[in-house]
Design a protein around this ligand. Structure first.
Ligand SMILES: NC(=O)c1ccc[n+]([C@@H]2O[C@H](COP(=O)([O-])OP(=O)(O)OC[C@H]3O[C@@H](n4cnc5c(N)ncnc54)[C@H](O)[C@@H]3O)[C@@H](O)[C@H]2O)c1
Length: 271
């Protein structure tokens, strides 16, 4: 990632995927990373720690990922300061645990604006900046990664509005990759399974209190555990890097094997 400049959304949560990914990307030695979030209580400590521990320039900025103005603003800042944009990780998102009956048009729209428009806006505005060339960056180039979910593929990993918002994220990455054909700008989605973060804390706490749920949760993945944010971060950092130069339009799953199986049945002697 030599000389790369890029932006990550959804980095404020202390145990979140965005924050862990900022460290995974910093390890690959880019020039600068913007760490952003709609909440900024813990962003500047993240930026300082990354700069102190890796030497990578890290800038904290409050950005609502669903706001066109905010997204354009942080991209303009990067272009003014560094003259280039090489990656954008559209990670910010919200969840809800509402039943079908509890979903309303307002709840659905809020989900789509935060989880889906945020990714569309990232592809739209970041790709325009990635096309801009200079003596330091003679050709159009860039990598956009968005956080979808295994909920994008099938039921059982989130509410209906959440799953629909993430299915649309996968499609935006596929269609975005082709809309940008010939521009050397790659667009991919990463689809995490259950990862231990603030978003899943209520669910995981409820499971931990109930031995029956605990036994079922253990069978959820082939690795018999949940994922860690840095295990998603490692995949995102790879997708952003030049090592992934022929990968575009894909949805890459990081789920401990959860989606490889039908719901578990103890069919075999060693089960
Ligand atoms: N944790 C999981 O199991 C899991 C699984 C699949 C996908 N995901 C997705 O991963 C992404 C990160 O989730 P997480 O688990 O780290 O959750 P988290 O709640 O720990 O972190 C999400 C961060 O996004 C920020 N955010 C929310 N809306 C925003 C907006 N409009 N603009 C800017 N920032 C905003 C929050 O303030 C928070 O800091 C989300 O898109 C989520 O849907 C999570």
């Amino acid at each position: 990632m030599e000389n790369f400049v890029g932006i990550i959304t959804g980095c404020n949560a202390l145990t979140g995927i965005g924050r862990a990914t900022a460290y995974s990307i910093a390890k690959k030695n880019p020039k600068a990373i913007y760490v952003t979030d709609i909440k900024d209580s813990d962003l500047s400590t993240l930026a300082k720690d990354i700069t102190n521990t890796t030497g990578v320039e890290c800038i904290a900025k409050r950005v609502d990922a669903s706001s066109d103005e905010d997204i354009k603003g942080v991209i303009d800042d990067a272009m003014k300061r560094y003259g280039r944009l090489d990656f954008f990780y559209a990670n910010a998102g919200i969840g809800n645990a509402k039943s079908m009956a509890e979903q309303t048009k307002e709840v659905f729209t809020e989900m789509m604006v935060n989880n889906t428009w945020s990714v569309f806006a990232a592809v739209k505005y970041a790709s325009a900046a990635m096309e801009i060339t200079s003596s330091e960056k003679p050709k159009s180039a860039g990598s956009i990664v968005a956080t979808a979910s295994i909920a994008a593929a099938r039921s059982g990993a989130g509410s209906m509005s959440y799953a629909a918002s993430k299915a649309a994220v996968v499609n935006i990455c596929q269609t975005g990759a082709w809309r940008l054909h010939g521009k050397n700008i790659r667009v991919n989605a990463v689809c995490p399974g259950v990862i231990e973060t603030e978003m899943t804390r209520p669910l995981l706490e409820a499971i931990a209190k109930d031995p029956r749920k605990q036994r079922l949760a253990k069978l959820h993945t082939a690795l018999e555990r949940y994922g860690k944010p840095e295990e998603v971060g490692a995949m995102v950092a790879f997708l952003i890097s030049k090592d992934a130069s022929f990968i575009t339009g894909q949805a890459i799953t990081v789920d401990g094997g959860a989606t490889a199986a039908l719901p578990y049945l103890p069919l075999f002697a060693d089960s």
